[in-house]
Design a protein around this ligand. Structure first.
Ligand code: NAD
Length: 425
């Protein structure tokens, strides 16, 4: 186990789970935390000034082996959470992007191996499970062996399964102590709640809040609402990451809640928290994922005598309150409907974040991901501004609160930024 002064690397640190993990290490007194993410610092959910932040495509793109080497040098433990991902709407429409995370996983494993780290944690997903075992909403929970014979979620799930096996072979062939957890739907505050990458709990909270704010008491539900899932509160996820990393569990293991609910029941919970009842419209052609999925926790119970146990109702309450504050800081009754706009269309975004960001033009790895037809020349005039942005990315911007969470974007400024992004497309 790493001591408090050992260097710890967390990738995807500007994202939802990564941000919570960084904070958990801080709370436990770790003094040398390296947090990396391809997003510019002002797009991170949580930013801490007592942590070494490697932000933006130039310093934090872990598809780039040079970046991986820099952040892993001398490190004791590595937590590899960086991935180009999102909810069903994103992963079903952006399969190539999801699969490109294989570059991140490969280069992080190589750099960690080269640096001689003591532990390497990899965040896999329940999307690795064989789709044939998830056709029934009354599904028996998925146990670890159900990943084979392989028929995972196309794109995202295949990449995760491949990278899981890469972790195994780095352990068997090179002696790198890899640990792999298969997360089942994680939710909580400080995560994506709009824009197209959000997952069901956040999307449903947002839709209920939009109805409260706009007074239009209707909700659109993807699929027929009978599809079932389990949802793990982020604090349980962070606890599980630590326990699994320090354990001798060599096989990929489920890390998820076993409290199964249908999407309709999830809407019931959000409505109850919001104190509202909505007319439900079912969008049957929307991405809905598998019919049923739950986490079989027999193994984790056996190994650790523990499993994620935050009640969904309790976790949803905290999530709802946080999204409510974010939502009302940005939208009012007139603009609430804009919150449902997805900024993602099929294969349209080569990098994560709110859209194109000018500093990326200087990153070769980013250019490789440019979709055909993207008009680079139209962005050339942003040259000088881009250089400035690149230098600013090294220190927290005005929007990033030091030693705490991201400052709420001012409604106007944010929407002006959106317009600019749209205009460039
Ligand atoms: P997230 O999207 O909030 O965070 C992922 C972060 O990775 C983002 O901030 C993104 O900018 C960053 N990233 C993407 N490409 C990168 C690159 N090339 N270099 C550096 N950073 C890069 O997602 P999350 O929910 O926090 O998920 C964290 C991990 O857990 C991911 O690997 C994800 O696949 C896995 N996972 C999450 C869930 C869930 O329900 N949230 C479920 C299963 C697995």
């Amino acid at each position: 186990m790493a001591s408090k002064n050992d260097p710890i690397v967390i990738t995807g640190a500007g994202g939802f789970i990564g941000g919570h993990l960084v904070n958990a290490f801080r709370a436990r007194g770790y003094t040398d935390i390296r947090a990396a993410d391809i997003k510019p610092l002002d797009e991170w959910y949580q930013v801490f000034k007592d942590v070494k932040n490697y932000a933006g495509p130039l310093q934090g793109d872990c598809r780039d082996f040079r970046v991986c080497r820099t952040i892993c040098r001398g490190a004791k433990e590595v937590y590899q959470l960086a991935a180009d991902m999102g909810g069903m709407g994103f992963i079903e429409n952006n399969k190539a992007l999801c699969m490109l995370s294989v570059l991140t996983n490969t280069h992080m494993l190589l750099a960690a191996q080269e640096a001689g780290v003591d532990r390497f944690f990899y965040a896999s997903s329940a999307c690795v499970y064989n789709a044939d075992k998830q056709k029934d909403p009354r599904i028996t929970a998925l146990k670890e062996a159900d990943a084979y014979p392989a028929l995972p979620e196309d794109g995202y799930g295949w990449e995760k399964l491949f990278s899981e096996r890469m972790c195994r072979h780095f352990r068997e062939d090179f002696g790198l102590k890899t640990r792999v957890a298969r997360f089942h739907n994680v939710y909580g505050p400080h995560g994506t709640w709009e824009g197209g990458r959000e997952k069901a709990p956040a999307a449903i909270c947002r839709k209920v809040i939009a109805a409260m704010v706009s007074g239009k008491h209707e909700i659109e539900i993807w699929g027929d609402g009978t599809q079932t899932r389990s949802f793990m509160y982020v604090d349980d996820c962070v606890k599980g990451i630590d326990r699994i990393t320090q354990s001798n569990i060599l096989e990929p293991i489920n890390l998820g809640s076993s409290e199964l609910v249908s999407i309709n029941q999830l809407v019931d919970i959000a409505e109850e928290i919001g104190g509202i009842k909505l007319k439900r419209h079912y969008k049957l052609d929307a991405p809905r994922g598998v019919a049923g999925r739950n986490s079989d926790n027999t193994k984790i119970q056996g190994y650790l005598r523990w499993e994620p146990d935050t009640r969904l109702r309790d976790g949803m309450e905290k999530t709802f309150r946080w999204i409510y504050d974010e939502f009302t800081a940005k939208y009012d009754a007139k603009t609430a409907h804009l919150s449902s706009i997805s900024t993602f269309t099929k294969g349209s975004h080569p990098i994560p974040g709110d859209g194109f960001n000018p500093e990326s033009r200087y990153s070769d790895t980013w250019k490789q991901g440019i979709p055909a037809g993207y008009n680079l020349r139209a962005t050339a005039s942003a040259g000088n501004a881009a250089k400035k942005t690149a230098s600013r990315a090294r220190k927290p911007k005005a929007g990033a609160k030091a030693n705490g969470t991201r400052k709420k974007p001012a409604g106007k400024a944010k929407s002006a930024g959106r317009k600019a992004v749209k205009a460039r497309r």
